[in-house]
Ligand binder design. Structure first.
Ligand code: PMP
Length: 449
């Protein structure tokens, strides 16, 4: 029996694949992809506003990436980096140290996922500085290994008690400032920095014990929050003053997504460590840390994975960067991102459910609320909108600490026409939910997160 109907495959999936790795919103089957379009096993086509959680920055089946991977596969299906070296890892490292700003000796560490890179960053930092503590931000998602979970403070991880060595402080959220309503984004950022310096550093977390502060330049899984422009420069200044390393996690928003190679570049800061993953390998498992030599060279055999930095993934990474450069995708992300943002913002006049639209380039968040004054999160409505959009042919996910932010992270080759098409579907999906046309039972199977 050929198993190609969605129903059959979902039955197999429920019987065979662990729920622990699933964040399901609707019954989508991955089968084929071209550009920003996906086709399932029944031949249904979808416009993709997710890039599979910000992985497919060059879209699906980019000819340059595909050709490079196939050529490498012909040479060998595997080439490791631990006890040999290979050209793809070196050529990619050469590119990465040039892409990351900073007038100091930088080196590259390779892993397989954003999680292992965050974990390695923390471990090497502690060894390099001899300091035990770190600071991170509430809402952060740095990974799903024990140490990277300790750095995270995402609602998805609340059932796990993180490491007490990481102190979590509020992230400056212009729409929901944790210090009170009606505070501007810039004032909120000042309050966050004051809270850290005047309270946290004076009490439970002495700055001389802090090895590093890890931050997302756009807090993505926490709700696609773009911090106010004064935030990262103030954080950098504080780090310099106390001799604390600044680590920026660009796993989700790096590789051109925001209209710069890295989201922190919008703020003009120079991190000591930059963490990359997701889009870096063009879909193949690859993560990297680009950081000061003094941190990454603290000793041999301290943070390693047997297949990390394998030749195939590095080849895909190199080709992905080349494709982004050749196709001008960083500029496209900025241009189409602005267009998309304006189209989404225009929906606010029509839909009372939309409380806030925010983003940078091709990461946009549409936050749904039941009441614009109280900002009560419209979580179940969000699950329904995302489900209905899927039925109408659009793949889009949701994120956020209240599960109420529609997250839009399409492939960077999205055109304005694509953006228009996706926004029209979202418009319809929101109308359908507002009119009560999507039932609770329709979405009950999909736990989301
Ligand atoms: N950092 C950030 C900012 C992320 O968004 C994620 C994944 N959502 C990770 C790290 C972890 O990456 P991975 O799932 O590849 O381990």
């Amino acid at each position: 029996m050929t198993k190609d109907s969605t129903d059959q495959l979902y039955e197999m999936d429920s019987g065979l694949i662990s729920d622990a790795l699933k964040i399901r919103f609707f019954p989508h089957v991955n089968h084929e992809g071209q550009g920003a379009r996906l086709i399932d096993t029944e031949g249904r086509q979808y416009l993709d506003f997710s890039a599979g959680w910000a992985v497919a920055n060059t879209g699906y089946s980019h000819p340059h990436v595909k050709a490079a991977v196939i050529a490498q596969l012909q040479r060998a299906t595997f080439g490791g980096l631990l006890s040999s070296m290979h050209q793809p890892a070196l050529l990619l490292a050469e590119k990465l140290v040039k892409l990351v700003p900073g007038d100091f000796h930088k080196k590259v560490w390779y892993g397989l996922s954003g999680s292992d890179a965050s974990e390695a960053a923390g471990r090497l930092l502690h060894l390099a500085t001899g300091k035990r503590r770190m600071v991170s931000f509430i809402g952060a998602y740095h990974g799903s290994t024990a140490a990277s979970m300790s750095m995270s403070a995402h609602v998805a991880w609340t059932q796990f008690i993180g490491g007490g060595h990481v102190t979590k402080i509020p992230y400056p959220h212009p729409y929901r400032c944790p210090f009170g309503d009606g505070i501007s984004g810039e004032d909120c950022a000042v309050k966050v920095i004051r809270y850290l310096e005047d309270y946290i550093f004076q009490t439970i977390c002495p700055p001389q014990d802090v090895a590093g502060i890890i931050v997302e330049a756009v807090q993505s899984d926490g709700g696609d929050i773009v911090p106010p422009p004064n935030f990262l420069p103030m954080l950098e200044e504080l780090c310099r003053r106390y001799g604390i390393y600044l680590i920026v996690d660009e796993v989700k928003v790096g590789m051109g997504r925001t209209g710069e190679w890295f989201a922190f570049q919008h703020s003009g800061i120079t991190p000591d460590m930059v963490i990359m993953g997701k889009a870096l390998g063009g879909g193949l498992p690859l993560s990297a840390i680009v950081a000061r030599k003094e941190i990454l060279d603290v000793g041999p055999a301290l943070a390693l994975f047997t297949t990390a930095g394998n030749a195939l993934s590095c080849t895909a990474g190199l080709a992905t960067i080349e494709a982004i450069q050749q196709d001008g995708l960083v500029d496209n992300a900025r241009k189409v991102g602005t267009y998309l943002h304006d189209r989404l913002a225009a929906l606010q006049d029509k839909h009372p459910l939309i409380g806030n639209v925010r983003g940078l380039g091709l990461i946009q968040g549409v936050e749904l609320v039941r009441n614009r004054t109280t900002k009560e999160p419209a979580s179940s409505e969000t699950a329904k909108v995302v489900f209905r959009a899927f039925e109408l042919g659009l793949i889009v996910f949701y994120a956020g600490m209240f599960s109420n932010v529609i997250e839009i992270t399409p492939p960077l080759l999205l055109t304005e026409l694509d953006a228009e098409e996706g926004v029209a579907i979202l418009d319809q999906a929101i109308s359908d939910v507002e009119a009560g046309r999507v039932s609770d039972t329709a979405v009950a199977r999909y736990a989301g997160w």
